[in-house]
Design a protein around this ligand. Structure first.
Ligand code: HEC
Length: 116
C-alpha cells in the first residue's frame, strides 16, 4: 500500500515536472530559430577562424612561417588559390575542408587575399 502511494505521488510529480518543462520547451523553440538564423546569415568572422585554426602554424601575425608568409599572401595568390589551399592543404599544411564549411573558407580567403 505504501509503495502504491509512493508510486502515485511519483507519477504526479513527474507529470507536473514534465508539463512544466513542456511549457518552457515551447518557449525555447519559439526563440531558438531566429537566433540560429542569425548565426547562419552572419558572415563567418575570418579573424576568429584564423585564431582558432591557423595560428599554431602561421602565427598570430601571419608571418611565422617564412616559406608560407600569410602577411603578404594576397600579392602571390588569388582568392580562389587561397581557398583551395585552405580546403585541400598539402605541402605540410592540413586540409580544412572537413573542419570548416565553405562560408568559413570563403571568408578566410577573402580576408587573406587583402594581405599584400
Ligand atoms: C599544420 C600547420 C598548418 C596549419 C594549421 C595551417 N597551415 Fe597554412 N600552410 C602550412 C604550410 C606548411 C604551408 C606551406 C605549404 C606549401 O608550401 O605548399 C601553408 C601554406 C598556406 C597558404 C599558402 C601560402 C603561400 O604563400 O603559398 C595559405 C593561404 C595558408 N597556408 C592558409 C592557412 C589558413 C587560412 C589556415 C587556417 C585555416 C592554415 N593555413 C593552417 C601549414 C599550416
Amino acid at each position: 500500500m505504501k509503495n502504491k502511494l509512493l508510486l502515485l505521488s511519483l507519477i504526479v510529480t513527474i507529470s507536473i515536472v514534465l508539463s512544466g518543462c513542456g511549457g518552457s520547451d515551447n518557449n525555447a523553440t519559439n526563440n531558438t530559430p531566429p537566433a540560429t538564423d542569425n548565426g547562419v546569415t552572419t558572415a563567418a568572422n575570418p579573424e576568429t577562424l584564423y585564431k582558432q585554426n591557423c595560428t599554431s602554424c602561421h602565427g598570430v601575425n601571419l608571418n611565422q612561417m617564412k616559406n608560407a608568409d600569410l602577411s603578404n599572401v594576397g600579392a602571390r595568390l588569388s582568392k580562389a588559390e587561397i581557398a583551395t589551399k585552405i580546403a585541400k592543404g598539402g605541402g605540410g599544411m592540413i586540409a580544412f575542408e572537413k573542419r570548416l564549411d565553405t562560408n568559413e573558407i570563403d571568408a578566410l580567403a577573402e580576408w587573406l587575399v587583402a594581405k599584400k
